[in-house]
Ligand binder design. Sequence first.
Ligand code: ADP
Length: 414
Amino acid sequence: MKILVINAGSSSLKYQLYDMTAETVLASGSVERIGMETSIVTQAVPGRPDMREVSEILDHVTAVKRLLDMIAHPEYGVIESIAEVQAVGHRVVHGGEVFKQSVLVDETVKLEIRQLFDLAPLHNPAHMMGITAVETNLPGVPQAVVFDTAFHQTMPEVAYLYPIPKVLYRRHKIRRYGFHGTSHHYVSDQAAELLGRPLDELKMISCHIGNGASCTAIQHGVSVDTSMGLTPLEGLMMGTRSGDLDPAIVPFTMNKEDLTLSDVNSMLNKHSGLVAISGLSSDMREIEEAMAEGDRNARLAFDMYVYRLRKYIGAYTAVMDGVDALVFTAGIGENSSSLRAEVCKNLSYLGVKLDDAKNGMRTKKPREISAPDSRVRVLVIPTNEELLIARDTYKLVTEQASSLSGQREEGTDA
Ligand code: ADP
């Protein structure tokens, strides 16, 4: 079965076409600058030169049409006809409290996603545009939605409620939701496999640290706490986001600097974190390069980043009454051996011991980087959210097909 995975944003759309027989990626690409005269479509196919086209793409319906043209192109496509696309899986950022797992799209699901626009105004409307665009271009093809929040729906009340007037939860559903759930879910499955132990016996802390960053306590295979909250601003220090701070800083700064709500929102989301402290960049590679040249602000940014992550590891160890495995993933987690070493340095009280040679190895494969006598196993697992979306979509579509054929058989018997 060929499954198209789509991550639709407001002005861009990323895609991967999977052949589920061996879970291989046949093609991947993106449509950028949707809504402009000079939209860019790119496509990468393993073993072939990358394709790039510039043309006017004014809306998501045209964007999906262009990507379908691309994958089924007679010269540089990978399938003969778009009829080969048997299902589409979408990444959806916010599933609120309604969606505890991935589901197939129907009218009720679309309505529920629309009702969540308030909680993710930048993301959910764009995902809906992606879903509608697929309906127009591939009528009748089943679509599934996979939510960033769903994995964290197992958190207990004690972890997801904020200590603020309860009416705010009742009226507006203000609570911790958590994000990057697809990634935390994927890497925890992979980690259990690598360790050769059942997931439901393990206490794990997964650190998804890329441009956005979050840390999750996963006990017996389910998320019991996570660092992002109502929005992806809470928790760890990030590239341009502050993460945790005293909430009183918001009104105080607004007052002192004469800022509007939108100014302060933009300050905390776009001009804080690594970029604010280093005064240089939100990109960890550039921070590390500057540090190597003796830049003190870059060093401070790096140290604060590590310090705040370590605090969460300590907190989640306490939450679970222990930890068996620590997992690093995403751009920084997968690539920065110096950051991993620094984070693990002060975890000797937990019995964490890294194997420096293994930590320094450059490979894209999932691997263990702890020493044989480390009490906590430390792993690097490259994340693959698209694969999990493709797997969930495949599962839902095949389950639906078998239940339909079951119903048909029952009908015949009767
Ligand atoms: P996103 O959250 O946008 O998916 P990524 O997971 O791709 O982001 O992570 C991007 C981050 O990973 C950037 O800060 C980048 O500098 C960092 N990164 C990528 N490669 C390296 C590397 N070799 N060393 C240190 N940091 C790296």
